[in-house]
Design a protein around this ligand. Structure first.
Ligand SMILES: Nc1nc2c(c(=O)[nH]1)N[C@H]1C(S)=C(S)[C@@H](COP(=O)(O)O)O[C@H]1N2
Ligand SMILES: [Mo]
Length: 377
């Protein structure tokens, strides 16, 4: 008996090029915004040497906006990706599967595109809930695969350009407009997808866009949770810096004129106030009221040159964010504080007691808590 493989038959408008174009361009916009904001985030967190001391410290809300957009568009892209894959999956059953070398390469590039897209969106989503079920470190891999993703996407758009162009508008100019050419099935599908995108966006965007905070049902962090009106990522207990003794604690500042200060010395210095957000790379952000000593006053006292970078060291013994570096642009910004108070209270242990860094336009991971040492570089 001869086995005959018959590819399934697909008909209707939901699997045609017009639907693929409609979903594809929404997905394309999300991916583009997500990519650009991701590259910005990468450069602010891991700047190449030539940029390291010149990162912009303004606008003060810059990173909050770009990282909020990064996570929001990444989440919105997930239902769009599902819809796009569903629209085009009949092509998996194309017969014959490979017609020519060119056709084989094109299919291979689509396979790379789909794999990279699925990886980026889902690994990113898992990162927002701090779940890392893989053996590699998230940031460098997420960054590298992002380039594979946009590269494969650019190739895909180039290959499909004629089709995209032909289906960009409802009726291409020159063709006769058929009444109701798009029919109800496509319209309902697109409306359903739009509703799904709207729903996931509305129930998560409140984690960074606080006016919509009350709709934030699905995001892993809620801006109103946590002590002193601010969420906490790594508690003092997890970081192992509980029971800080105020008697023993000293701030050590190294530089041309090194010195040490007690907490009372710091409190006796001129205090300044800044309203600045913590904007976590995982997407949540919240503005807060900070009070403390200006970093630039501490630098001047140490005789630091104006262009000097500053290394900030936490009391935490382990952890990747124990040591960070502040470009002179941040260190000299009048908003950058060694904060002692948060929202009109003394910093709680979880928020970095006795002292933490708060600087404008800076990823949350670099707003070092439990600071005890500043090194002028
Ligand atoms: N020493 C130290 N500082 C740290 C961290 C850390 O792990 N260790 N986490 C950072 C991260 S990821 C963020 S988002 C902010 C969160 O600040 P909060 O927990 O005080 O709200 O602190 C940052 N400061
Ligand atoms: Mo963070």
């Amino acid at each position: 008996m001869k086995l005959r493989l018959k590819p399934p038959a697909f008909s209707g408008r939901l699997h045609d090029a017009r639907t693929a174009t409609s979903i594809g361009r929404l997905l394309g916009v999300c991916v583009l915004v997500c990519f650009v904001t991701g590259v910005i985030s990468h450069y602010l967190q891991h700047p190449p040497g030539w940029l390291a001391n010149d990162l912009p410290s303004r606008p003060s809300w810059g990173y909050r906006l770009t990282q909020g957009l990064h996570v929001t568009t990444g989440i919105a892209a997930i239902p769009l990706l599902f819809a796009k894959l569903w629209t085009v999956y009949p092509r998996l059953f194309e017969w014959p599967p490979l017609r020519s070398v060119r056709h084989a390469l094109e299919r291979l590039s689509v396979a790379v595109l789909v794999a990279a897209a699925v990886f980026e969106l889902f690994a990113g989503l898992l990162n927002t809930v701090q779940w890392y079920p893989w053996p590699f470190s998230f940031v460098p891999v997420h960054y590298a695969v992002a380039w594979v993703f946009v590269g494969a996407l650019a190739l895909h758009i180039a290959v499909k350009a004629p089709e995209i162009q032909a289906h960009w508008r409802k009726t291409s100019p020159g063709t006769l407009a058929l009444p109701d050419a798009d029919g109800p099935d496509r319209r309902s599908f697109l409306q359903g997808v739009t509703a799904a995108v709207g729903a996931v966006t509305l129930t998560t965007v409140g984690q960074s866009f606080t006016p919509l905070g009350r709709f934030d049902l699905l995001a892993p962090r809620h801006p109103d949770h946590g002590t002193q009106g601010l969420p906490v990522n790594r508690t003092a207990a997890v970081a192992g810096v509980t029971n800080v003794s105020v008697q023993d604690w000293r701030l050590t500042v190294t530089g041309p004129r090194p010195y040490e200060l007690t907490l009372d010395d710091l409190r006796a210095m001129r205090q300044y106030e800044s309203v600045l957000p913590i904007a976590c790379v995982e997407g949540w952000s919240k503005s807060a009221h900070w009070r403390g000593v200006r970093i630039r006053d501490l630098l001047d006292r140490a005789g630091a040159p104006p262009e000097a970078m500053l290394r900030v060291v936490s009391m935490e013994n382990r952890g990747s964010y124990r040591i960070t570096e502040l470009a002179h642009t941040y260190a000299r910004d009048e908003l950058t504080l060694l904060a002692l108070r948060l929202n009109r209270e003394v910093l709680s242990p979880d928020h970095g007691f006795p002292a933490r860094i708060i600087a404008p336009n800076r990823p949350g991971v670099l707003q070092t808590k439990w600071v005890h040492r500043l090194e002028v570089l």
